[in-house]
Design a protein around this ligand. Structure first.
Ligand SMILES: [Mn+2]
Length: 405
């Protein structure tokens, strides 16, 4: 059985004020082409389908169109779950239309597909809360799928009931119990056993090299929401995760983050992007293949000591999104900025870095100015960021705003 695993599409996501829907259309098309060329039997999208709870209509249209194309006219099961960026109800709302195309959209950990809507191009043999077993044409073994959209402790307790035991209360223990119960009931080695989840999963309590994506809402606040690889039942042969934007295997079992299809923040600079295509057979070690995605633009963080070098580089690198740092003796002039913006229409930010002067603010006098005078603080901040003092009209404007608070 061949599975395509992708996640973190964040459809509708912008880079500062720059729209990326065209890039998203291209990379969605690339994923559909890979699914067809690789002849995959099933597709999993492991959460963060949209970037926000209220995505634009073009982002919604792109999601439905892509899932439909991936379903190959209802012959290829497609399973999409909600991430922490998605509204669980919104993810489930097209259920009636989705299921006749063989697409399953789950918003909650106890979601169950409604059998009434299923068109029988493939067979659903068992369903339960957070679980389904399917049979696809031409493949004998049943495919068991544990599907757990993003959940936090509150959501999980609402479905599973409150436990008094402190240790059992931890999210990872609750998830472990829930998964183990389903695995013991449905997953023997006569079938293919898969878990789909959108969580922060690390190898164990000592695994410190994993970071949540930049400008993502962190889900692992204070370390209490991390799931460990050993919380996943032994019966599970392949875990398809979403949340981290880098393609990554967790520990030495087949627990995988596919990563996002595009570089979404400057912290992802130089991360290659992939989908994972895996062959999974009952009672065997899966073979996992990373297939590169190439249609996205690169994000570059560049530093230059003068405007000329910067504009030359920009002219030669028209295809990347750029965060530019310009190191200089003074504050950047309007005409300097204009030259840079004329050289490229993909400058996301210009950071002027004025060479250190003797009156650089220290943390100590910053704190004392917060306590004394907001205007003085504003002046120092502006001077530090822009390399020159604000003029009187700006100070007046600032004072006006402050007086209205
Ligand atoms: Mn996420």
């Amino acid at each position: 059985m061949r599975l395509l695993h992708t996640s973190d599409w964040h459809l509708g996501k912008k880079l500062n004020n720059f729209d990326r829907i065209e890039e998203q259309r291209k990379v969605m098309r690339e994923i559909v082409t890979i699914a067809d060329e690789q002849n995959v039997d099933m597709v999993v999208v492991a959460g963060d389908l949209f970037d926000t709870y209220n995505p634009s209509s073009e982002a919604q249209q792109l999601l439905y169109q892509t899932l439909y194309e991936l379903s190959n006219n209802g012959q290829r099961p497609v399973i999409a779950i909600a991430g922490n960026h998605d509204s669980p109800d919104r993810v489930e709302s097209p259920e009636v239309l989705a299921q006749v195309s063989g697409i399953f959209m789950f918003g909650y950990p106890n979601s169950i597909p409604d059998n009434a809507y299923i068109q029988k191009k493939f067979q659903i043999t068992k369903i339960d809360q957070g679980f389904m077993e399917i049979k696809i044409p031409g493949y004998l073994a049943p495919i068991r799928i544990l599907h757990t959209p993003f959940t936090n402790q509150e959501r999980l307790q609402a479905y599973l009931g409150v436990t008094e035991d402190e240790e059992q209360k931890a999210l990872r223990n609750q998830l472990q119990n829930m998964w183990q119960k389903a695995a013991d009931m449905y997953c023997d080695n006569a079938g293919v056993n898969i878990l789909i989840a959108h969580q922060f999963v690390i190898n164990n309590e000592n695994d410190t090299d994993v970071k949540e994506p930049d400008d993502e809402n962190a889900v692992n606040v204070g370390g209490t929401s991390a799931i460990f690889s050993y919380n996943i039942p032994k019966q599970i042969q392949y875990t398809a995760l979403g949340h981290l934007h880098q393609c990554k295997k967790v520990g030495d079992k087949n627990i995988w983050y596919s990563g996002s299809p595009l570089e979404y923040s400057f912290a992802e600079t130089n991360q290659d992007k992939f989908v994972l295509v895996s062959d999974i057979e009952p009672n065997k070690e899966p073979s996992v293949n990373k297939i590169p995605l190439e249609s996205g633009r690169k994000l570059k963080r560049m530093t230059f000591n003068n405007i000329l070098d910067a504009t030359n580089w920009l002219k030669e690198n028209q295809n990347c999104w750029v965060e530019l740092t310009i190191v200089s003796d003074n504050y950047l002039s309007h005409s300097d900025k204009q030259m840079l913006y004329d050289a490229s229409n993909k400058i996301v930010a210009i950071i002027p870095q004025v060479k250190t002067t003797s009156d650089t603010l220290s943390a100590g006098n910053l704190i004392s100015s917060i306590r004394t005078d907001k205007t003085a603080l504003f002046k120092s901040y502006f001077t530090k960021m822009k390399g020159g003092e604000p003029d009187q009209s700006l100070i007046d404007l600032f004072n006006e705003i402050i007086s209205q608070q």
